[in-house]
Every structure is written in structure tokens, then in C-alpha cells.
Ligand binder design. Structure first.
Ligand code: PAF
Length: 283
């Protein structure tokens, strides 16, 4: 597995792939590393779409972490990540240093106004500015045709779609379904922080989602009733602190009064010191 560490190497690799393949480019799978089965599904989807032309980036991006957040302790499992990526069909790994992505004196950032302050953006000020900036840099460096993201980060997807459209980046965003453990917990690199007790408590996020899906299947459409029902589920886990429970339009992330097909129901909660998110697009 080839490991590239500079933007110039990534760009040269990408351009070489483009030669003679009817102009089709590469598929990019941006990650923070600590890869799990959710990432594996993104890499597999990318490999299906662009066999032999899949770049997986592994970069713990400092600008998307707040000062009190887990940048320093974010799991770094580079060797295992490379093995997983190769197994699932990655062609190269892009693993730049912080200085490579943010050269000394960097002062250019991408701000997706409005969307960046909703859902996770409310409790993580500056988070989406960091995400949009690094993903724009990665897409530009890789000259990516396709970029793969998980539905679990639904707000991130909305921000990045807007960014790609506004900046005319020419990369198509592909969104892959949430991958869950057998008991319903959405896969996240941060699940590694949970103690066995917290791991059980964390299931309340998925229970709240399933409750809302069941109510919608029974005909409930009122946003306040659905959110109240989800809050009720969270009372079963008093040690879990809700950050938000919201029913929003999946593109604008604005709250809606009535659930409609495609409406995003999203939750975020603190389980101990770990903040987890989960969501569903209602049918
Ligand atoms: O979803 C993530 O893992 C990160 O936010 C991303 C898209 C790799 C940007 O650092």
C-alpha cells in the first residue's frame, strides 16, 4: 500500500490515474483514522465506484476540535488503519502532517454560514469551519470526482454538500448508510472511550430513534410529539445528558413542524465524557 504524505504527491497520483480513463477521476474517502466497519463500508463503496483509484485520507484535523475537545486523545491506530483500508480496496493512503495541511501562516478557512451553526455546530462552535476547510483542501488536492461520507454525520453532510455546490468544487458527494453494532449502537471511533456501563447506556440513542420511527410508522407526524417521545426514552437513562433532539430538513437543517418523508431526526448526547450522535431519515 502506497502512503503519500504531501499534497503534491496526492495531486500527481490523482492526475496520473485520470490519464486515459475517459476523464474519470478518483474516489476520496476522508477520515480521521481509527477506522472501523463504518469506514470499511465507505471504502468498499468507493472501490466499487472507482476500482483501483481510491484515496483514503487519514488525518486528525486539529481545526475541527474545540479547545476542550479530544484532539490529543483521539485514537491513532495508523498501522491497523492501513491494513483495513487495503483490505477494503483502497489504492493509496494520504497521511499528511499538520504542517502539510496548514502551512505556517495559514489564514484561509472555509465558512459555510448558517448551516455550520445548526445541530452539532451549536454545541461545537467552529467545528464545521474546520471540517469544511480540511475537506475542501482534500478535495482540491485530490481533484476528487467522488467523495464518500457516512450518514451518521448528517449535519456534516449537509454542510459539505453546500460547500461543494457554493465553491463549484466539482466533486460528487456520496452518502453511505449508518453501520451499527448488532445491538443498534451506531459505529463511531469515539465508542472506544465508553466504559462497559456507558456502552450499555449509549444504546438509548438508538432506542429513541427506533421509538420515533415506530411512531411515524403509526401515523404520528407532529414534530413536538415525536421529540417529546424521544425525550421520554432518554429519561430511561438518567446518566445520559441530551445535547439535542431535533427534527429538521435534511438539507437546510432547519427545524420542521411536521415530519415528512426524508425529514432528518437527529440526536446527540453525552454518555459520561463522550459525546455521541445518531440519526435517521424518516420514511
Ligand atoms: O467525518 C470525519 O471523519 C471528519 O470530519 C472528516 C470528514 C474526515 C474531516 O476531517
Amino acid at each position: 500500500m502506497q502512503i503519500l504524505t504531501t499534497v503534491n504527491e496526492l495531486r500527481a497520483w490523482s492526475r496520473a490515474q485520470r490519464c486515459g480513463v475517459n476523464g474519470e477521476g478518483i474516489a476520496l474517502v476522508p477520515t480521521l483514522g481509527a477506522l472501523h466497519a463504518g469506514h470499511a463500508s465507505l471504502i468498499r463503496a468507493a472501490a466499487e465506484a472507482r476500482p483501483g483509484r481510491v484515496a483514503v485520507s487519514i488525518f486528525v484535523n486539529p481545526t475541527q476540535f474545540g479547545p476542550e475537545e479530544d484532539y490529543a486523545r483521539y485514537p491513532r491506530t495508523f498501522k491497523a488503519d492501513c491494513a483495513l483500508a487495503e483490505r477494503e480496496g483502497a489504492t493509496i493512503i494520504f497521511a499528511p502532517s499538520v504542517e502539510e495541511m496548514y502551512p505556517v501562516g495559514s489564514s484561509t478557512f472555509v465558512e459555510v454560514e448558517g448551516l455550520s451553526e445548526r445541530l452539532d455546530g451549536q454545541s461545537r462552535p467552529g467545528h464545521f469551519r474546520g471540517v469544511a476547510t480540511v475537506v475542501a483542501k482534500l478535495m482540491i488536492a485530490a481533484e476528487a470526482d467522488l467523495a464518500f461520507f457516512g450518514q451518521k454525520d448528517a449535519a456534516q453532510v449537509a454542510v459539505l454538500r453546500r460547500m461543494v455546490s457554493d465553491l463549484r468544487l466539482g466533486t460528487t458527494i456520496v452518502v453511505c448508510p449508518i453501520v451499527r453494532e448488532a445491538d443498534g449502537l451506531a459505529l463511531s471511533s469515539r465508542n472506544a472511550y465508553l466504559t462497559p456501563v456507558e456502552r450499555k447506556q449509549a444504546l438509548v440513542l438508538n432506542r429513541a430513534i427506533r421509538r420515533v420511527e415506530a411512531l411515524v410508522a403509526d401515523g404520528e407526524r407532529s414534530s413536538s410529539s415525536l421529540i417529546d417521545a424521544a425525550r421520554g426514552v432518554f429519561t430511561e437513562a438518567p446518566d445520559v445528558r441530551v445535547d439535542y433532539i431535533e427534527l429538521v430538513d435534511w438539507q437546510t437543517l432547519w427545524p420542521v413542524l411536521t415530519a415528512a418523508p426524508g425529514t432528518l431526526f437527529a440526536v446527540a448526547a453525552w454518555v459520561g465524557t463522550t459525546r455521541l450522535i445518531d440519526n435517521t431519515r424518516l420514511r
